[in-house]
Structure formats: structure tokens, C-alpha cells
Design a protein around this ligand. Structure first.
Ligand code: TXA
Ligand code: MG
Length: 314
């Protein structure tokens, strides 16, 4: 299959409607979309990514109202949090009967999201049906934040890659909140922080309660290896330059690193993370030293991804 790389949103939407796979930008990471009401199309997402069948995919729409057909009921916490949309926020809610099993990996819940990205919402509105979309990377690889990163993983395996437009980007995957648990809990930290969510739902907890044996089952994605480049990721407090090693952080290291990325703040660090992982792999470096950041606000999500990337290889 020849992959079309385009700025033509209408053409991308027509391909989605026809049951083809289309990678599209969002404010978090690129999604690999297919119409959520087409089980065969969604199955081809899993094949293209090499994604384990037990990991459900998020359903996206331009507006909350367009999700009513996939959601059986909106729990109180979901009602309160949906007011934050469009946002880097995924709500796990009871699924409607018509949602294909392949979307939810057979669960009785579905993850839904309205992204805060103008081009993504134009595409979703033009598609006219909810769109199932995991991150647009080969399973186990870092998420893709640039069209060229999508192509590096999926060229020839998807019908279309929609180019991005300039704008502020989070660069880390959405916050995932289970609104069906009691209390509601964060399954995956992201740019929408605990404080922001708690202002809407006071009982919300930062993670599934300790000892909750159902928690791992509710958070299937966290069981699979994620986010890691081929280069070995090491979390460091102080630099130790080496030619075969890259540096990514907030402060300037002493000379001697093979590749250096210095970011102005935690938001810029998060936005640069996956692109840097991929650039370091393309440069053939053996290691990447990532500076730790304080674990508050967006720093919680950034440290979560850094730890997973470091743990995936040890
Ligand atoms: O920012 C994002 O969320 C991006 C963009 C494209 O929207 N998507 C994304 O998708 O990161 P993916 O498939 O890479 O991660 C989705 C996460 C996985 O950890 C998955 O297990 C979880 O959401 N998830 C999806 N549906 C779920 C459900 N019904 N119950 C529990 N977890 C669910
Ligand atoms: Mg992913």
C-alpha cells in the first residue's frame, strides 16, 4: 500500500469513511484512526501496530454529543469531567452494546476522548462517525509526535498520514480516568493534572487503590512495555558525558555528549521527549541520560513515561 502524506483533511476523512487507516495529529501524540463502528477496520489497526488484542483503543470524536452512540451511560464523574473537553483527557465509561468487541478488547467499558486540536476535530467532524485510535506507533515503540515518526513505523501499512499544523502540543498521551470505579481513579497520568481533575471530582484518586487486584485488569495498557527507544534510557541527577550517549533535560550539561537537547521548562521537555527518543535512535547512540524533574503538575506524567522507558530495558 502506498501511504498518502497530505494536508487535505477532506481526503483523509473520505478514507476514514471508506474504512481505511488514517494517522492524524492531536495535541498529545499522533493517533492511528479507523471508524469505530467497523470491526474489520479496527482489527487492521491492531495488525498494523502489532498491538496485543487485549489492549483496548480510545474512541475519538469532535464533540461529546457524537459519542452518545458508543456510551451506554455517563457516570457522575464522567459528566463532571466531560466539561473539560476538548482536552488531553480520556474517560473510561460504560460501553454501548453496538461497539465492536475489538475496540474495547471485550470489556464492558470504552475509553472516549474529544481532542483539543483544531485539525483533528475538523477531521473527526468530517468523518461523521466516532474514530477508534491508539497512538500511531509500532507497539512497544515511542509514540509518534511528528508525521515522519509515523512514517518511520507505519509507511506502507496505513492509507494516509495527515500532516500537523503549528501549535502548542503536550507531547505525552492523554490522562486516562476510570469513571466507573469507586472512587474514580487515574489509570494513566497526563497533562490534565490531579489538581485540575479534583476541582471537578473531589473524590478522584491518583491511581487505583493499593491492593486492588482488579486495578491491573482495568488498566490493560500499563501491563505492556511502552515508550522506550532502542537506546538505553537512564534517569540521572547529574550529567556524565560520553560520546555514545545523548542528554535530554532542563539544564546544560558539560561538553562531551553525542547529542544534546536542552528544554526551557517541563512542558517543553514533555513535548520533546518522544521526538528526542527517535532522533537518538536514528543517530545510533547507545544511551540517553534523562534529567529528573519534580513530580508535580505535568512532571508526574513526564516522570511516569521516563520510568517506564527506563524500566522497559532493564
Ligand atoms: O493521547 C492519547 O490518548 C492518544 C491520542 C491518539 O488520543 N492515544 C493513545 O492511545 O495514547 P493508546 O492506545 O496508545 O493508549 C490508550 C490507553 C491504553 O493504556 C489503554 O489500555 C487505555 O488507554 N484504555 C483504552 N480503553 C480503555 C478501557 N475501556 N478501560 C481501561 N483502559 C483503557
Ligand atoms: Mg500507545
Amino acid at each position: 500500500m502506498k501511504t498518502l502524506v497530505t494536508d487535505d483533511v477532506a481526503a483523509a476523512a473520505a478514507l476514514l469513511r471508506a474504512g481505511e487507516l488514517v494517522a492524524f495529529p492531536t495535541e498529545t501524540v499522533y493517533g492511528l484512526g479507523a471508524r469505530a463502528d467497523d470491526a474489520d477496520a479496527v482489527a487492521r489497526i491492531f495488525a498494523a501496530k502489532g498491538r496485543p488484542a487485549d489492549n483496548p483503543v480510545i474512541v475519538h470524536a469532535a464533540e461529546r454529543a457524537a459519542l452518545d452512540g458508543v456510551v451506554a451511560a455517563w457516570p457522575a464523574a464522567a459528566e463532571a469531567l466531560a466539561a473539560l473537553w476538548p482536552a488531553p483527557l480520556t474517560l473510561v465509561v460504560p460501553r454501548a452494546a453496538g461497539v465492536p468487541d475489538v475496540v474495547t478488547a471485550g470489556r464492558d467499558t470504552v475509553g472516549v476522548r474529544v481532542p483539543d486540536h483544531a485539525r483533528a476535530r475538523t477531521l473527526l467532524a468530517a468523518a461523521g462517525v466516532p474514530i477508534a485510535a491508539p497512538s500511531a506507533n509500532v507497539s512497544g515503540r515511542p509514540s509518534a509526535t511528528r508525521a515522519e515518526d509515523v512514517l518511520a513505523d507505519l509507511d506502507g501499512r496505513v492509507a494516509c498520514v495527515l500532516r500537523d499544523v503549528p501549535g502548542a502540543r503536550v507531547g505525552l498521551e492523554s490522562t486516562v480516568v476510570d469513571t466507573t470505579s469507586d472512587p474514580p481513579c487515574i489509570l494513566r497520568p497526563g497533562a490534565l493534572t490531579l489538581a485540575t481533575l479534583r476541582a471537578r471530582v473531589g473524590r478522584l484518586v491518583a491511581r487505583p487503590p493499593d491492593g486492588d487486584v482488579a486495578a491491573a485488569a482495568r488498566s490493560p495498557g500499563t501491563r505492556h512495555p511502552h515508550y522506550a527507544p532502542r537506546a538505553r534510557v537512564q534517569l540521572v541527577d547529574a550529567p556524565a558525558p560520553a560520546r555514545d550517549t545523548a542528554w535530554l533535560g532542563l539544564t546544560r550539561p558539560p561538553p562531551g555528549y553525542g547529542h544534546v537537547v536542552i528544554t526551557a521548562d517541563v512542558a517543553a521537555y514533555a513535548a520533546a521527549l518522544y521526538a528526542t527518543f527517535r532522533d537518538v535512535d536514528a543517530a545510533g547512540l547507545a544511551k540517553i541520560h534523562c534529567e529528573r524533574v519534580p513530580e508535580d503538575g505535568l512532571g508526574v506524567a513526564l516522570m511516569d513515561r521516563l520510568r517506564r522507558a527506563a524500566a522497559a530495558q532493564t
